[in-house]
Design a protein around this ligand. Structure first.
Ligand code: GYE
Length: 306
Protein backbone atom coordinates (compact mmCIF):
# COMPACT_ATOMS: atom_id res chain seq x y z
CA UNK A 1 0.00 0.00 0.00
CA UNK A 2 1.16 3.48 -0.79
CA UNK A 3 0.59 6.67 1.18
CA UNK A 4 -2.56 7.48 -0.75
CA UNK A 5 -3.94 4.06 0.13
CA UNK A 6 -4.33 1.01 -2.10
CA UNK A 7 -2.73 2.33 -5.23
CA UNK A 8 -3.61 -0.50 -7.52
CA UNK A 9 -4.15 0.70 -11.01
CA UNK A 10 -2.14 2.53 -13.58
CA UNK A 11 -1.33 5.47 -11.39
CA UNK A 12 -4.95 6.06 -10.41
CA UNK A 13 -6.27 4.96 -7.08
CA UNK A 14 -9.81 3.87 -7.85
CA UNK A 15 -8.98 0.42 -6.48
CA UNK A 16 -9.38 -1.23 -9.85
CA UNK A 17 -6.72 -3.55 -11.17
CA UNK A 18 -5.15 -2.38 -14.42
CA UNK A 19 -3.82 -5.01 -16.82
CA UNK A 20 -1.67 -4.31 -19.88
CA UNK A 21 -2.17 -7.04 -22.46
CA UNK A 22 0.16 -7.30 -25.48
CA UNK A 23 -1.54 -9.51 -28.05
CA UNK A 24 0.24 -11.23 -30.96
CA UNK A 25 -2.04 -9.89 -33.69
CA UNK A 26 -5.20 -10.91 -35.49
CA UNK A 27 -3.69 -13.65 -37.65
CA UNK A 28 -6.31 -16.37 -37.20
CA UNK A 29 -9.81 -17.27 -36.06
CA UNK A 30 -8.18 -18.64 -32.92
CA UNK A 31 -6.59 -15.28 -32.18
CA UNK A 32 -9.84 -13.37 -32.71
CA UNK A 33 -11.61 -15.69 -30.27
CA UNK A 34 -8.75 -15.33 -27.80
CA UNK A 35 -8.87 -11.52 -27.94
CA UNK A 36 -12.62 -11.56 -27.38
CA UNK A 37 -12.23 -13.93 -24.43
CA UNK A 38 -9.61 -11.68 -22.79
CA UNK A 39 -11.63 -8.50 -23.34
CA UNK A 40 -14.91 -9.98 -22.11
CA UNK A 41 -13.31 -11.64 -19.10
CA UNK A 42 -11.59 -8.39 -18.08
CA UNK A 43 -14.91 -6.58 -18.21
CA UNK A 44 -16.66 -9.29 -16.20
CA UNK A 45 -13.87 -9.25 -13.59
CA UNK A 46 -13.90 -5.45 -13.29
CA UNK A 47 -10.33 -5.24 -14.52
CA UNK A 48 -9.27 -2.18 -16.47
CA UNK A 49 -7.69 -3.57 -19.66
CA UNK A 50 -5.13 -1.81 -21.82
CA UNK A 51 -4.92 -3.83 -25.02
CA UNK A 52 -2.47 -3.70 -27.91
CA UNK A 53 -2.15 -5.67 -31.16
CA UNK A 54 1.47 -6.27 -32.26
CA UNK A 55 0.67 -7.38 -35.81
CA UNK A 56 2.88 -10.44 -35.29
CA UNK A 57 5.99 -8.31 -34.66
CA UNK A 58 8.09 -8.82 -31.56
CA UNK A 59 9.38 -5.24 -31.62
CA UNK A 60 5.80 -3.97 -31.34
CA UNK A 61 5.15 -6.22 -28.36
CA UNK A 62 8.30 -5.02 -26.63
CA UNK A 63 7.21 -1.41 -27.19
CA UNK A 64 3.76 -2.14 -25.77
CA UNK A 65 5.22 -3.84 -22.69
CA UNK A 66 7.58 -0.91 -22.10
CA UNK A 67 4.67 1.48 -22.30
CA UNK A 68 2.69 -0.61 -19.78
CA UNK A 69 5.69 -0.45 -17.46
CA UNK A 70 5.86 3.33 -17.89
CA UNK A 71 2.12 3.57 -17.14
CA UNK A 72 2.68 1.53 -13.96
CA UNK A 73 -0.03 -1.02 -14.65
CA UNK A 74 -0.65 -3.59 -11.90
CA UNK A 75 -0.04 -6.63 -14.05
CA UNK A 76 1.19 -7.37 -17.56
CA UNK A 77 -0.04 -10.31 -19.63
CA UNK A 78 1.16 -11.15 -23.10
CA UNK A 79 1.30 -13.83 -25.72
CA UNK A 80 4.88 -13.78 -27.01
CA UNK A 81 4.94 -13.98 -30.80
CA UNK A 82 8.21 -15.95 -30.77
CA UNK A 83 9.96 -17.75 -27.92
CA UNK A 84 13.33 -15.98 -27.83
CA UNK A 85 14.50 -12.48 -27.02
CA UNK A 86 12.42 -11.53 -23.97
CA UNK A 87 14.90 -11.47 -21.10
CA UNK A 88 15.66 -7.75 -21.23
CA UNK A 89 12.10 -6.41 -21.25
CA UNK A 90 10.96 -9.01 -18.70
CA UNK A 91 13.76 -7.85 -16.45
CA UNK A 92 12.54 -4.28 -16.82
CA UNK A 93 9.07 -5.36 -15.67
CA UNK A 94 10.53 -7.29 -12.75
CA UNK A 95 12.66 -4.31 -11.69
CA UNK A 96 9.51 -2.17 -11.77
CA UNK A 97 7.78 -4.79 -9.56
CA UNK A 98 5.11 -5.51 -12.15
CA UNK A 99 4.13 -9.18 -12.32
CA UNK A 100 3.96 -10.80 -15.75
CA UNK A 101 1.67 -13.64 -16.80
CA UNK A 102 2.51 -15.42 -20.06
CA UNK A 103 -0.67 -16.20 -21.95
CA UNK A 104 -0.98 -18.86 -24.64
CA UNK A 105 2.67 -18.88 -25.84
CA UNK A 106 5.89 -19.54 -23.95
CA UNK A 107 9.26 -17.79 -23.77
CA UNK A 108 12.60 -19.63 -23.68
CA UNK A 109 14.05 -17.49 -20.86
CA UNK A 110 16.24 -19.57 -18.54
CA UNK A 111 15.36 -17.33 -15.60
CA UNK A 112 11.82 -18.37 -14.80
CA UNK A 113 11.55 -15.76 -12.05
CA UNK A 114 10.98 -13.26 -14.88
CA UNK A 115 7.31 -14.28 -15.03
CA UNK A 116 4.77 -15.47 -12.47
CA UNK A 117 2.83 -17.98 -14.49
CA UNK A 118 2.29 -19.42 -17.94
CA UNK A 119 -1.27 -20.27 -18.90
CA UNK A 120 -2.01 -22.14 -22.12
CA UNK A 121 -2.01 -25.40 -24.02
CA UNK A 122 0.50 -28.21 -24.25
CA UNK A 123 1.57 -27.72 -27.88
CA UNK A 124 3.82 -30.79 -27.94
CA UNK A 125 0.85 -32.92 -26.97
CA UNK A 126 -1.25 -31.30 -29.71
CA UNK A 127 1.32 -32.18 -32.37
CA UNK A 128 1.54 -35.66 -30.94
CA UNK A 129 -2.23 -36.14 -31.10
CA UNK A 130 -2.23 -35.07 -34.76
CA UNK A 131 0.59 -37.53 -35.50
CA UNK A 132 -1.09 -40.35 -33.60
CA UNK A 133 -4.26 -39.86 -35.61
CA UNK A 134 -2.23 -40.12 -38.82
CA UNK A 135 -0.46 -43.28 -37.64
CA UNK A 136 -3.82 -44.81 -36.85
CA UNK A 137 -5.40 -43.65 -40.11
CA UNK A 138 -2.43 -44.97 -42.12
CA UNK A 139 -2.81 -48.53 -40.85
CA UNK A 140 -4.95 -49.36 -43.87
CA UNK A 141 -2.91 -47.30 -46.37
CA UNK A 142 -1.37 -49.39 -49.13
CA UNK A 143 1.30 -47.01 -50.43
CA UNK A 144 3.50 -44.36 -48.85
CA UNK A 145 1.98 -41.58 -46.76
CA UNK A 146 3.59 -38.36 -47.96
CA UNK A 147 2.96 -35.41 -45.70
CA UNK A 148 3.16 -31.70 -46.39
CA UNK A 149 3.46 -29.76 -43.14
CA UNK A 150 2.44 -26.13 -42.90
CA UNK A 151 4.19 -24.77 -39.84
CA UNK A 152 3.06 -21.87 -37.69
CA UNK A 153 5.13 -18.69 -37.34
CA UNK A 154 8.83 -19.60 -37.31
CA UNK A 155 10.25 -19.44 -33.81
CA UNK A 156 6.87 -19.40 -32.06
CA UNK A 157 6.24 -21.86 -29.25
CA UNK A 158 3.29 -23.55 -30.99
CA UNK A 159 5.27 -24.01 -34.24
CA UNK A 160 8.32 -25.40 -32.44
CA UNK A 161 6.34 -27.73 -30.21
CA UNK A 162 3.73 -28.94 -32.69
CA UNK A 163 6.51 -29.78 -35.15
CA UNK A 164 8.38 -31.84 -32.58
CA UNK A 165 5.30 -33.58 -31.16
CA UNK A 166 4.12 -34.56 -34.63
CA UNK A 167 7.56 -35.79 -35.73
CA UNK A 168 7.78 -37.89 -32.63
CA UNK A 169 4.43 -39.58 -33.13
CA UNK A 170 4.86 -40.44 -36.81
CA UNK A 171 8.12 -42.29 -36.09
CA UNK A 172 5.84 -45.19 -35.22
CA UNK A 173 5.18 -45.86 -38.92
CA UNK A 174 8.03 -45.80 -41.49
CA UNK A 175 5.45 -45.46 -44.30
CA UNK A 176 4.82 -41.89 -43.13
CA UNK A 177 7.24 -39.28 -44.46
CA UNK A 178 7.24 -35.50 -44.27
CA UNK A 179 8.09 -34.57 -47.87
CA UNK A 180 7.96 -30.79 -47.30
CA UNK A 181 7.61 -28.50 -44.30
CA UNK A 182 7.32 -24.74 -44.51
CA UNK A 183 6.23 -21.67 -42.55
CA UNK A 184 2.66 -20.52 -43.28
CA UNK A 185 2.65 -17.91 -40.48
CA UNK A 186 -0.68 -19.19 -39.07
CA UNK A 187 -2.65 -17.25 -41.72
CA UNK A 188 -5.06 -18.32 -44.45
CA UNK A 189 -3.36 -16.23 -47.15
CA UNK A 190 0.09 -17.66 -46.45
CA UNK A 191 -1.31 -21.18 -46.11
CA UNK A 192 -2.77 -20.92 -49.58
CA UNK A 193 0.31 -19.37 -51.15
CA UNK A 194 2.77 -21.85 -49.64
CA UNK A 195 0.52 -24.82 -50.44
CA UNK A 196 0.30 -23.80 -54.10
CA UNK A 197 4.06 -23.96 -54.42
CA UNK A 198 4.47 -27.13 -52.37
CA UNK A 199 1.82 -29.01 -54.35
CA UNK A 200 3.68 -28.27 -57.58
CA UNK A 201 6.98 -29.44 -56.10
CA UNK A 202 5.43 -32.51 -54.43
CA UNK A 203 2.66 -34.06 -56.51
CA UNK A 204 3.19 -37.27 -54.51
CA UNK A 205 1.86 -35.63 -51.32
CA UNK A 206 -1.36 -37.13 -50.00
CA UNK A 207 -1.62 -35.68 -46.48
CA UNK A 208 -1.55 -32.14 -45.15
CA UNK A 209 -0.72 -31.40 -41.54
CA UNK A 210 -1.54 -27.72 -41.03
CA UNK A 211 -0.54 -26.43 -37.61
CA UNK A 212 -3.73 -24.37 -37.41
CA UNK A 213 -7.17 -24.37 -39.02
CA UNK A 214 -6.63 -21.13 -40.93
CA UNK A 215 -3.59 -22.40 -42.84
CA UNK A 216 -5.52 -25.59 -43.57
CA UNK A 217 -8.46 -23.57 -44.91
CA UNK A 218 -6.20 -21.50 -47.15
CA UNK A 219 -4.42 -24.64 -48.34
CA UNK A 220 -7.77 -26.22 -49.17
CA UNK A 221 -8.26 -23.64 -51.91
CA UNK A 222 -4.85 -24.51 -53.38
CA UNK A 223 -5.66 -28.24 -53.22
CA UNK A 224 -8.95 -27.72 -55.05
CA UNK A 225 -7.26 -25.51 -57.64
CA UNK A 226 -4.78 -28.35 -58.24
CA UNK A 227 -7.73 -30.61 -59.08
CA UNK A 228 -7.59 -32.63 -55.85
CA UNK A 229 -10.40 -33.26 -53.41
CA UNK A 230 -9.60 -32.06 -49.87
CA UNK A 231 -10.32 -34.74 -47.29
CA UNK A 232 -10.24 -37.49 -49.94
CA UNK A 233 -7.26 -37.19 -52.35
CA UNK A 234 -5.47 -35.17 -49.75
CA UNK A 235 -6.23 -35.92 -46.11
CA UNK A 236 -6.08 -32.91 -43.84
CA UNK A 237 -5.32 -32.81 -40.12
CA UNK A 238 -5.17 -29.47 -38.31
CA UNK A 239 -5.08 -27.89 -34.85
CA UNK A 240 -7.43 -25.32 -33.17
CA UNK A 241 -11.07 -26.34 -33.88
CA UNK A 242 -12.46 -22.87 -34.64
CA UNK A 243 -15.86 -22.73 -36.31
CA UNK A 244 -14.62 -22.56 -39.91
CA UNK A 245 -12.28 -25.48 -39.30
CA UNK A 246 -15.03 -27.50 -37.64
CA UNK A 247 -17.33 -26.73 -40.58
CA UNK A 248 -14.73 -28.06 -43.03
CA UNK A 249 -14.39 -31.15 -40.84
CA UNK A 250 -18.13 -31.73 -40.64
CA UNK A 251 -18.29 -31.32 -44.45
CA UNK A 252 -15.66 -34.01 -44.99
CA UNK A 253 -13.00 -31.59 -46.29
CA UNK A 254 -10.83 -31.93 -43.17
CA UNK A 255 -10.26 -35.35 -41.60
CA UNK A 256 -9.29 -34.59 -38.00
CA UNK A 257 -8.80 -31.60 -35.71
CA UNK A 258 -6.89 -31.40 -32.46
CA UNK A 259 -8.52 -28.79 -30.26
CA UNK A 260 -6.57 -25.82 -28.87
CA UNK A 261 -8.75 -23.64 -26.70
CA UNK A 262 -8.49 -19.84 -27.10
CA UNK A 263 -10.83 -19.18 -24.16
CA UNK A 264 -8.11 -18.22 -21.71
CA UNK A 265 -9.66 -14.95 -20.49
CA UNK A 266 -11.51 -16.02 -17.32
CA UNK A 267 -8.58 -18.03 -15.93
CA UNK A 268 -6.17 -15.24 -16.81
CA UNK A 269 -8.23 -12.68 -14.87
CA UNK A 270 -8.39 -15.03 -11.86
CA UNK A 271 -4.62 -15.42 -11.88
CA UNK A 272 -4.16 -11.66 -12.29
CA UNK A 273 -6.33 -10.89 -9.25
CA UNK A 274 -4.46 -13.39 -7.12
CA UNK A 275 -1.04 -12.19 -8.16
CA UNK A 276 -1.95 -8.54 -7.55
CA UNK A 277 -3.19 -9.62 -4.10
CA UNK A 278 0.29 -10.99 -3.47
CA UNK A 279 -0.82 -14.62 -3.51
CA UNK A 280 1.30 -17.46 -4.86
CA UNK A 281 -0.03 -18.71 -8.18
CA UNK A 282 0.84 -21.91 -10.06
CA UNK A 283 3.78 -21.51 -12.43
CA UNK A 284 2.00 -23.47 -15.16
CA UNK A 285 -1.73 -23.59 -15.88
CA UNK A 286 -2.72 -26.06 -18.59
CA UNK A 287 -5.78 -25.72 -20.80
CA UNK A 288 -8.18 -28.66 -21.13
CA UNK A 289 -8.83 -29.77 -24.69
CA UNK A 290 -10.04 -32.60 -26.86
CA UNK A 291 -9.95 -33.88 -30.47
CA UNK A 292 -12.62 -34.12 -33.19
CA UNK A 293 -13.43 -36.61 -35.93
CA UNK A 294 -15.80 -35.69 -38.79
CA UNK A 295 -18.76 -37.24 -36.93
CA UNK A 296 -17.88 -35.51 -33.68
CA UNK A 297 -17.58 -32.17 -35.51
CA UNK A 298 -21.13 -32.53 -36.84
CA UNK A 299 -22.41 -33.00 -33.29
CA UNK A 300 -20.30 -30.25 -31.72
CA UNK A 301 -20.73 -27.58 -34.38
CA UNK A 302 -24.19 -26.21 -33.51
CA UNK A 303 -23.10 -25.25 -30.00
CA UNK A 304 -19.56 -24.18 -30.86
CA UNK A 305 -18.96 -20.68 -29.47
CA UNK A 306 -16.11 -19.55 -31.71
O1 GYE B 1 -3.03 -22.28 -32.85
C1 GYE B 1 -3.04 -20.24 -34.08
C2 GYE B 1 -2.74 -18.85 -33.65
O2 GYE B 1 -0.66 -19.53 -30.23
C3 GYE B 1 -2.05 -21.40 -29.90
O3 GYE B 1 -1.74 -19.01 -32.69
C4 GYE B 1 -1.82 -20.13 -30.63
C5 GYE B 1 -1.82 -20.28 -32.13
C6 GYE B 1 -3.06 -20.90 -32.75
O4 GYE B 1 -2.48 -18.01 -34.64
O5 GYE B 1 -4.24 -20.32 -34.79
Amino acid sequence: LTACGGDSGGGNDDGKITMGFAQVGAESGWRTANTKSVQEAAKAAGIDLKFSDAQQKQENQIKAIRSYIAQKVDVIAFSPVIESGWDQVLKEAKDADIPVILTDRAVDSKDTSLYKSFIGSDFILEGKKAGEWLVDDSKTAKGPVNVIQLEGTTGSAPANDRTSGFADAIKADPKIKIVASQDGDFTRAKGKEVMEALLKAHPEANVLFAQNDDMGLGAMEAIEAAGKKPGVDMKIVTIDAVKDGMTALANGQFNYIVECSPLLGPQLMDLAKQVVDGKEIPKRVLTKETTFTQEQAKTALPSRKY
